[in-house]
Design a protein around this ligand. Structure first.
Ligand code: SF4
Length: 487
């Protein structure tokens, strides 16, 4: 078998795979054209009676793997238009004209080839009586129909994610529970996903194949950049100086190149071009970061990748600790959280700021407001956690704000600064979030946009957002409504 590049190199006369597709399309078009030139009736030319050629078109109208409707090729629509003499006929008109799709269920039950086909034809379209018979024979179908009816109702039910029994177990303030800030933000965004992940312990399906045009996925790239940024700032902190292009430029470039070489050994890029392109982009981002650090000397970078509530590795920061940080927001609200603060800067004698690096692009609309309905908690919770981590060394430590910093070319070095919210503001948001969880109100995300990058889409059928929205009046979802209102 010869591949296209080999065929092209051997002879121009050898057809390529694309040529075959073109030929097939032209072949069909030719036949359609010939058909359209035939006289409308065989009797219109008595001297040489023409017999209209018969062309049969068919297409599969269901994708049974994905349970969705599929559509005919535009060629078939063209044929239908010619047949109807209506150049503007639509897909819907064609579908209506075609009638019931041909399937294992025969048009008439007398024509059934098997017992099950006869049975299916007998119940199909027979209304409530048929449903009764089917449900009596297939209890799982009956349960499925009941679940669907509950989902379509205006009540928030166990079929929508109402699981009160899980509320206590997942209570973020319960003794022994420690959640990451990402988990809590995720719970505010989609309580249902939080339940799947933390309640049922489900893990998303691994993507079957890696995107061959991408070497470093955003997660890998981001974590490597975090490590490189931290290495630079530790080097400068340990030498008690600010970053400097002349002193650090070559060192940083060598570090980034070593990182890229190691990654290419561990998970080689698909092609030399991809390796070259992505390496160039990452090196440019590293260079830009150094430039930014050299320009901005208003704060003193103090702690980097400061871990808490997680087992400590060998090279941890002095501020890190294995135990979760307890955040007492009053009124019995004590949250134990785990995480890793990208960076803590000192901005005054006892004043500090927490920074979170975002290595992707900056979208202004995504960073409006303070809490974004509980989906943006990190600045507040990491600020409170940083105070706890700093106090043993800085008795009067106070975190006055947080920054989301986009240091890459994509992020245009944007900084979103958020002043530290008051404890009462943070307590109000977390109180509502906790109430959602404790009530077991694991409702689906209302906004379809939230599902775009969700790893759990396989667990949610289409239409869940509209269903979730239609249940907003249910008393169980009151706290969720309040949570969404915290801007
Ligand atoms: S797909 Fe959407 S509704 Fe389903 S778990 Fe993900 S975010 Fe929630």
């Amino acid at each position: 078998m010869l591949l296209d590049p080999e065929r092209a190199a051997t002879s121009e006369a050898l057809k390529l795979s694309a040529d075959r597709i073109d030929e097939a399309v032209y072949g069909v078009l030719g036949r359609l054209a010939a058909w359209s030139c035939q006289p409308s009736t065989p009797n219109s030319q008595p001297s040489s009676p023409a017999v209209a050629p018969a062309i049969t078109f068919s297409y599969s109208c269901r994708d049974t793997r994905e349970f969705r409707e599929t559509y005919a090729s535009w060629l078939m629509l063209q044929a239908f238009r010619l047949q109807q003499g209506d150049g503007a006929a639509s897909y819907q008109q064609m579908k209506a004209a075609l009638g019931e799709p041909v399937s294992v269920v025969p048009r008439e039950r007398e024509g059934a080839a098997t017992g099950s086909a006869w049975w299916l034809r007998s119940v199909a379209g027979s209304g409530g009586k048929g449903v009764e018979v089917v449900e009596a024979s297939f209890p799982a179908v009956a349960r499925g129909r009941m679940a669907q009816a509950h989902r379509e109702s205006s009540h928030f039910t166990e079929f929508d994610g109402h699981v009160p029994a899980a509320g206590g177990a997942l209570d973020p303030c319960a003794e022994g529970n420690a959640f990451s800030v990402t988990d809590l933000e995720g719970a505010a965004k989609c309580p249902y996903q939080f339940f799947l992940k933390r309640g049922l312990g489900l893990r998303p399906l691994e993507a079957a194949e890696r995107d061959k045009d991408v070497w470093l996925d955003p997660l890998t790239r981001g974590s490597q950049l975090h490590d490189i940024y931290a290495a630079l700032l530790r080097r400068c902190r340990d030498a008690n100086r600010c970053p400097d292009v002349r002193m650090d430029g070559a060192w940083l470039e060598a570090l980034a190149k070593d990182t890229l070489a190691r990654l290419n050994r561990e998970m080689p890029a698909a092609t030399a071009e991809i390796l070259e392109r992505e390496s160039r982009d990452l090196l440019a981002d590293v260079e830009l970061f150094l430039e930014g650090e050299c320009e901005d000397s208003s704060s003193e970078p103090l702690g980097f990748e400061v871990s808490f509530g997680r087992p400590l590795g060998g090279n941890e920061e002095a501020l890190a600790r294995a135990e979760p940080v307890e955040i007492n927001l009053g009124g019995g609200l004590i949250f134990r959280i785990a995480g890793r603060i990208d960076r803590i800067d000192r901005i005054g004698p006892s004043e500090f700021e927490v920074l979170d690096y975002k290595t992707g692009g900056f979208w202004r609309d995504d960073f409006k407001g303070t809490f974004n309905g509980g989906r943006r908690l990190q600045h507040a919770l990491y600020g409170l956690a940083a105070v706890e981590l700093l106090r043993p060394r800085y008795r009067k430590a106070k975190v006055t704000g947080a920054q989301y910093y986009f240091p890459s070319h994509k992020g245009r070095r944007e900084r979103k600064r958020i002043p530290a919210p008051t404890p009462a503001q943070t307590a109000a948001v977390l109180g509502d979030l906790r109430e959602v969880i404790v009530a077991g109100a694991f409702v689906h995300a209302h906004d379809e946009k939230d599902c775009k990058f969700c790893d759990y889409t396989a667990a949610c059928g289409g239409g869940v957002h509209a269903q979730a929205e239609g249940k907003q009046g249910d008393a169980t979802l009151k706290a969720y409504g309040r949570l969404a209102a915290h801007v």
